[in-house]
Write a protein that binds this ligand. Structure first.
Ligand code: DP6
Length: 327
């Protein structure tokens, strides 16, 4: 069987996904809306081999641990089932950014794995089916199948076939930029899957989070159509801080921020008060992402890089679809 290599970009949700309504099919409890990021990507190759009874997974050149290999293997079982094959696979995955630090490595990782594995198994699947499969690897990965601005539909069917991402607008619709301020490269204390499950089980605020999500998505969609940075930035911050407030209201509290994250949140808001369009979003980790317009990237990078303790600033525009790379 042939070896296939695929590339998928990471994505950052502007309206966040946090919580599941079905863990087995990995169906989200809320929809979400994201932008796909050009500068962050995972490249994954998959080769199913006759006679191989297990899967092996390497990430960035080293053997992945048992937990990650098991998760990838369980995912490949879905592909094997569709393709009617039983062979084990050799999976090699490389991220061009720090893994496990809240930079959406599971999104680009599972999207690249889906595209590579489906092709290597001889399946010819639509982007929608690829998105549905990716979701079963990781919810946010469903969005990384598409470039530009992407909406993850909540869906309502019990089999999950309508819990898929849909492309809203390609990258060219509105050239936005995002700065990713790396505050720490340490692995996060609690992963997103575990974090959102604990939140759903213990936070008294969880029902309000689920109830208010559709409005946020509707506003973000309108803001993108109108290319209104203020409207998009404000709804993104609202969704981000609602999600983090929610996580902090879990028992025990989940706190993804470090001290520098808090400093940066205040700094971005201070710069905004001075007229720079800059809005914060954060995921399940301490990195601070700043949504802005391309013409402010240089100025913002200069101002923010003066803050002590920032490890790295990655600046990115919107990226394209997940795709197969020529061998
Ligand atoms: C904070 O997609 O990593 O990044 O479906 O359990 O794999 P699983 O969760 P995951 O959660 C992402 C959460 C988030 C917000 C978002 O990307 O929407």
């Amino acid at each position: 069987m042939k070896k296939t290599t695929a590339l998928a970009h990471a994505n950052i949700a502007l309206v966040k996904y946090w919580g599941k309504r079905d863990s087995r099919l990995n169906l989200p409890a809320v929809g979400s809306l994201s932008m796909t990021l050009k500068a962050l990507s995972t490249t994954t190759s998959v080769e199913f081999q006759e006679g191989l009874s297990i899967d092996t997974l390497s990430i960035n050149g080293s053997d992945a641990g048992e937990k990650q290999t098991r998760r990838a293997s369980a995912f490949l079982d879905l592909i094997r089932k569709d393709a009617g094959i039983q062979h084990g696979a050799i999976i090699e995955s490389v991220n061009n950014f720090p893994t496990g630090a809240g930079l959406a490595s599971s999104a680009s990782g599972f999207a690249a794995l889906t595209v590579a594995a489906a092709n290597a198994a001889g399946l010819d699947l639509s982007p929608t089916r690829l998105s549905e499969l990716s979701r079963q690897g990781s919810g946010s990965a469903a969005r990384s199948i598409f470039g530009g601005f992407v909406e993850m539909k909540l869906g309502e069917k019990a089999d999950g076939s309508d819990s898929i991402a849909v492309p809203l607008h390609p990258a060219e619709h509105w050239p936005l930029a995002m700065l990713i301020l790396i505050t720490s490269e340490a692995e996060k204390p609690i992963g997103s899957t575990e974090g959102m499950n604990l939140t759903a089980e213990t936070s008294p605020y969880y029902p309000a989070w689920v109830d208010t999500s559709p409005d946020d998505i509707a506003i973000a969609r309108e803001a993108i159509v109108a290319r209104d940075i203020e409207k998009l930035g404000e709804i993104s911050e609202f969704s981000c801080f609602k999600m983090h407030g929610l996580a902090m209201s879990a028992n025990p509290a989940i706190i993804y921020w470090n001290g520098l994250s808090v400093t940066l949140i205040h700094e971005v808001r201070r710069l905004r008060a001075q007229g720079i369009p800059a809005y914060v979003t954060m995921d399940a980790g301490p990195q601070v992402k700043v949504l802005t317009l391309p013409e402010y990237v240089e100025k913002l990078t200069g101002l923010l890089s003066e803050i002590k303790g920032i490890r790295q600033i990655i600046s990115t525009e919107l990226g394209g679809d997940a795709r197969i790379l020529p061998e």
